[in-house]
Every structure is written in structure tokens, then in C-alpha cells.
Ligand binder design. Structure first.
Ligand code: C5P
Length: 387
């Protein structure tokens, strides 16, 4: 159920409705009298493909009891935008219109996305109301800080539709890793040859970042050690940026104490140049040989360290996936290896993976990387059990 109250951010609720419907959700929109001043019911009706509800006394409501029936069976109620006045009435437990009544009569989680002028947001009564709502278990999405419709700049901007969609999806994920601490590596490493040249690989970091996000969604405290990629830091994740394999190793061991789970997704360069040329190497006509030294295997070292966390490795292979992945699992003494054929996943937005553990191989369906990541998290949680 999507509640829309009277703020200019109501136009973003129309886009949010579209995103939710596109993702397969059934969306019942409840529009307050104020909300209807900004966006008409016809807009939400067209986008949700369902009737829009506004009136506590609507005789067409299911069972003739709009204030109770409309939220029955809902997985969540999200109010976006939530005005200062609506939040105040919610904190008071008022039931003086359809939306407040539905919120009071609900059995499902309630999330609010505030939208108001920065002074209204910072004023003592709103602060008090937000504290009451937090104590009552109402989840708060945003607000963001920035330019406001009134021309002022500060906190109170409603999150964008895509952000609200992501936050809601994250909120609804089962908290399989609640209380756990997870450390991940992601992305490629870059091994410098001279000031302008380097050895690297085409890892995009997408799978590692999706896993960091999925771990956070599952309730874990997440630290991500990332090679150079152009991806935004997932919300709620602490990221350290590194360049080379040696830097990645140093950072991983600095962050390791107290971690429950280590997931090595990074495509760490296996070798680095034996020496770094101080100046740019000049072109010549003779054949050139580059001398390489093997890099430390970060995952194997972590897995062999005292009080090692639960370690998960990745195996990207171009052939004979099962054989290589299982060999890697045994050699590095890992409880779990995630295998994928490079032609299936490298750089792409989708991935198909097979999970190898002590009990055998388990294929996950081909899906967007975030969905694959959620599947991997569920498998990790199952293997961890009560450990
Ligand atoms: O042995 P291979 O490099 O194929 O193993 C891949 C797994 O080991 C991945 O999980 C990768 O992140 C990790 N790894 C590592 N340090 C390296 C090489 C690989 O942590 N130097």
C-alpha cells in the first residue's frame, strides 16, 4: 500500500508506483486530500491499474470497511511523501482520515519517506514526532539533503523514486545475517609497470558490489575493500578503495579482526611487475620481457589465519567450471566457492553461478546480479546455521 500525502514530492510517488508495478508488486494507492491537490487520482489509477482510495466513508471499499480491509494482506505500507502534519498525526495515533486510520489498523510494517521544508524538519515538534515514530517501530526512509522546492537548501527532500524502491526492497529482505560482520573484496587490481602503464583485468566489480549490498540488506555490518571501479558505494556499506593486490591484502588484514564472514569476489591480479619503473619506459625496436612476481593469495591467507572467518571464494573459469571450482575449494580450504563461467558473467548485469560446498554443487537461476547475490547470501546463512 502506497500512501501519498500533500507535498510537492507527490509527483515522485507516481514514478515509484510505476517502478513497483513493473517489479511485479500489487500497489493500492491511498491518496490524502492534500496529496490529491498535487497529483490526481487518475494518475495513480492508471499507473497501478487499480482503484485509488481517498475516502474513509467510501462505500465501494472491500467489505465496506475501507479502514481495515484495504491494508489486510499488504506486505508493507509506505507513505511517500509523508508531510510534517501526517507524521504528527501518525505519532499521535490519530485516525481522522483514511490513511491514518489504515496505518493504525495495520498488521504489516510501516515505512515513511518524509518530505518537507528544512525548517519544518528540524523544528522541535517534528524531532519529537520522529522519535516517537522510531520508538513505535516505524521505518524512516530519508529524507535527503539538498535543494528544496521552496528554494532553500537543507534536509527534508524526499528520496528519489528509485532510491525509495531500493530501500523498500532492502527492508523486505529476510535478515539472514543480522548481527554478523562481513568483509568483502571486489573489483580488479591494477599492478603498475611504470607511471602510466599497468596490468589489470576487466572485472567490473558489479558482482562484489551486489553482494555487499545483499549482505547489508540481510542485516550484516559490511566492509568492502574495492579495487578501482566506477560504481557507487552501496548504501550502508563502509568502503575502502585500493589499487594493487598488495594494498588490497594490507587493507583486508587491517579490517579482518572481528569479522564473521569473508567473501573474496575481487579479481586479484595473480602477478605484479617485479619492479616499478620510476619513469615511463621508452619504446624500442628490440623484444621486451616483463618480469613478474606472484601476488599473495589473499583469500588463502585469510582462510589459513588463526580464528579465520567463514570464507567464501569465487572461481571465474572459461571451461571445466565444476572441476576447477571444487579443486579451488579444497586447495584453499573453503566451505563455499561460487563458480561462474566468465562468458556468463564478467562485466554483465546478469550472472549464472553454481555454488560448490562440502555437500556438492547447487546451481542458482540466471538472474540480475543483485538477485544472484541474495541467493548466495541465503546459502551462506544456511551453511553458517547457528555458528
Ligand atoms: O585461485 P584463483 O585466483 O582462481 O581464486 C579465485 C578466488 O581467490 C577469488 O575468490 C579471489 O577473490 C581470490 N583471490 C585472492 N587473492 C589472489 C587471487 C585470488 O583473494 N591473489
Amino acid at each position: 500500500m502506497l500512501g501519498v500525502t500533500g507535498g510537492i514530492a507527490a509527483y515522485k510517488a507516481a514514478e515509484l508506483t510505476r517502478l513497483l508495478v513493473k517489479a511485479g508488486a500489487t500497489v493500492d494507492v491511498v491518496l490524502s486530500a492534500g496529496g490529491a491537490r498535487f497529483v490526481g487520482a487518475a494518475t495513480f489509477q492508471a499507473l497501478s491499474g487499480r482503484p485509488v482510495w481517498s475516502d474513509l466513508w467510501d462505500e465501494a471499499a472491500p467489505g465496506g470497511m475501507a479502514h481495515i480491509e484495504l491494508s489486510r494482506g499488504a506486505d508493507a505500507i509506505l507513505v511517500a511523501p509523508a508531510t510534517a502534519d501526517f507524521l504528527a498525526r501518525l505519532a499521535q495515533g490519530r485516525a481522522d482520515d483514511l490513511l491514518t486510520t489504515l496505518c493504525l489498523a495495520r498488521e504489516c510494517p510501516l515505512l515513511v519517506a518524509p518530505a518537507m521544508n528544512r525548517q519544518m524538519w528540524q523544528q522541535a515538534p517534528t524531532r519529537r514526532n520522529m522519535q516517537v515514530l522510531a520508538d513505535d517501530g516505524v521505518a524512516l526512509l530519508g529524507p535527503a539533503s539538498g535543494e528544496q522546492a521552496c528554494g532553500e537548501v537543507g534536509p527534508g527532500r524526499m528520496l528519489e523514486a528509485e532510491e525509495l524502491f531500493d530501500e523498500l526492497a532492502a527492508y523486505l529482505q529476510p535478515k539472514l545475517l543480522a548481527g554478523r560482520r562481513v568483509l568483502l573484496t571486489a573489483g580488479p587490481t591494477i599492478e603498475a609497470i611504470d607511471p602510466v602503464r599497468a596490468i589489470t583485468n576487466s572485472s567490473s566489480g558489479k558482482m562484489g558490489y551486489a553482494l555487499a549490498r545483499a549482505c547489508h540488506e540481510a542485516g550484516a555490518a559490511v566492509t568492502l575493500v574495492s579495487g578501482p571501479v566506477s560504481l557507487p558505494v552501496p548504501r550502508g556499506v563502509r568502503r575502502s578503495s585500493v589499487t594493487s593486490a598488495l594494498e588490497m591484502r594490507t587493507q583486508v588484514f587491517a579490517d579482518l579482526p572481528g569479522q564473521d564472514i569473508f567473501i573474496a569476489v575481487a579479481a586479484v591480479a595473480d602477478y605484479r611487475p617485479a619492479s616499478l619503473a620510476a619513469d615511463k619506459i621508452k619504446k624500442g625496436s628490440a623484444e621486451m620481457t616483463l618480469s613478474l612476481l606472484p601476488n599473495p593469495d589473499i583469500l588463502a591467507e585469510v582462510a589459513a589465519s588463526p580464528q579465520a572467518p567463514f570464507c567464501v571464494g569465487f572461481a571465474a573459469e572459461s571451461r571445466e567450471l565444476a572441476q576447477y571450482a571444487e579443486a579451488k575449494r579444497v586447495a584453499k580450504k573453503l566451505p563455499l566457492v561460487v563458480g561462474n563461467l566468465v562468458q556468463d558473467g564478467l562485466g554483465a548485469d546478469h550472472n549464472s553461478v553454481i555454488l560448490f560446498d562440502a555437500r556438492g554443487a547447487h546451481a542458482l537461476p540466471t538472474a540480475p546480479k543483485l538477485e544472484v547475490a541474495r541467493g548466495i547470501v541465503a546459502h551462506i546463512a544456511k551453511l553458517l546455521g547457528g555458528r
